[in-house]
Design a protein around this ligand. Structure first.
Ligand SMILES: [Fe+2]
Length: 379
């Protein structure tokens, strides 16, 4: 079987070290290495421009910008191949810093051998390719979220607003950067499971049957499953799964109540309801802000977590939220004035039939059509 040929660029100003590494990799059995070398960070950039390398071996001590400075400068640059840092000093600080700035591995030069270096290169390439595949998976999943949104004509630009509102309330709650990122992803992905719900149900203007409700109730579970390949799925999955739980335990899919509901799912739930109430629908105009506030206040402690709802209401009163006023004046995608004043019960004003914990195994209750439940939507 022929060996894989890998192109390595060694950034090293000492020609003797270049020769040693070249000989080491020449003895490695599992791959054939073509090793080019340059003597500085700047020469490295020139060499990368127009040439394709599988991996960079980067010396720490370089004339001009050192290896760490180069790594820092190149962090996030997609044109840079995976990097393994080499140094003459056994300095832990350099190792930690190198990994922090994106190096795949780190070795003091006096510790490497043909086998160690060859294997390290293989492992770095494996990690790099895996990360690449995961990024591809993420792009597919975010495209699916947009496709799911497109299935429901009542939710024009819902995802854009959701992520914006989610971040605003997250900031008001004093969440850190990572949690804000999770909220933004939750805002984008919470309804991705609608891709598995029939369009006829999502768009049905009349009350849903119990069987149809059961299909709707699957969307958080489907959504969590779709997002399982994401590298942050263990943190975003619970937001997706639990965004229709209610504080009083009457939501779905798991009938969680109170603080059993993951905190970020509680945040998304309030924001989702606000967007539903303050958007035009085919069968009604957006609710006025004072009515939206009244309904959110009324549902705090039953449908939504009281603390999160209070922070959101304070935010609404002090800042308003983005383009809300404009959307209230204009018609929705299918929401021309002629169709907005009807008496048909709107989707999100149907209460999803509640299921008490004791009802889990029993037959479903019929939908309480027409009764405002504080903003539960079909999706
Ligand atoms: Fe939903």
């Amino acid at each position: 079987m022929s060996r894989e040929t890998l192109r390595v660029l060694f950034v090293e100003d000492n020609p003797q070290d270049v020769e040693i590494v070249r000989r080491m990799l020449g003895r490695y059995k599992r791959a054939e290495f073509k090793v080019d070398s340059v003597a500085s960070a700047e020469e490295c950039l020139e060499a990368l421009n127009g040439n394709s390398f599988d991996l960079l071996l980067l010396d720490y001590n370089l004339p001009g910008e050192d290896g760490l400075g180069f790594l820092r400068r190149m962090k996030g640059n997609a044109t840079i191949p995976p990097v393994i840092m080499l140094t003459g000093e056994g300095d832990e600080r350099v190792a930690t810093e190198a990994m922090r700035w994106g190096a795949y591995d780190y070795f003091p030069k006096n510790s490497i051998s043909s086998e160690i270096l060859g294997q390290a290169i293989h492992q770095a390439l494996e990690k790099f390719r895996l990360a690449d595949q995961l990024e591809d998976a993420e792009q597919v999943i975010f495209a699916l979220a947009a496709a799911a949104e497109a299935k429901d004509p009542t939710t024009q630009d819902h995802l854009q607003r959701m992520q914006r509102y989610a971040v605003q309330i997250g900031q008001a709650l004093g969440l850190d950067k990572h949690q804000l990122m999770l909220l933004r992803y939750g805002g984008i992905l919470h309804d991705i499971g609608k891709i598995g719900v029939s369009e006829a149900i999502l768009c049905k203007p009349s009350p849903l049957t119990e069987v149809e409700w059961e299909e709707i109730r699957q969307h958080p579970i489907i959504g969590e499953r779709i997002c399982a390949p994401l590298k942050f799925s263990h943190e975003v999955g619970p937001i997706i799964r639990h965004h229709h739980e209610r504080w009083d335990g009457q939501g779905y899919p798991d009938l969680l109540s109170g603080e059993e509901i993951p905190f970020l799912a509680r945040v998304i739930s309030v924001v989702d309801a606000f967007d539903a109430m303050s958007s035009n629908r085919p069968y009604r105009k957006a609710l006025p802000l004072d009515e939206t506030v009244r309904r959110l206040s009324h549902g705090a402690g039953t449908q939504w977590g009281p603390d999160v709802t209070q922070v959101f209401l304070d935010l609404l009163r002090s800042q308003g939220l983005g383009d809300r006023g404009d959307r209230q004046r204009g018609p929705g995608r299918h929401g021309g004035e002629g169709r907005t004043g009807g008496t048909r019960a709107p989707h999100e004003e149907h209460a999803a039939p509640g299921r008490h914990r004791s009802d889990r195994a029993s037959a479903e209750k019929p939908a309480r059509a027409g009764k405002w439940n504080g903003g539960i939507r079909r999706g």
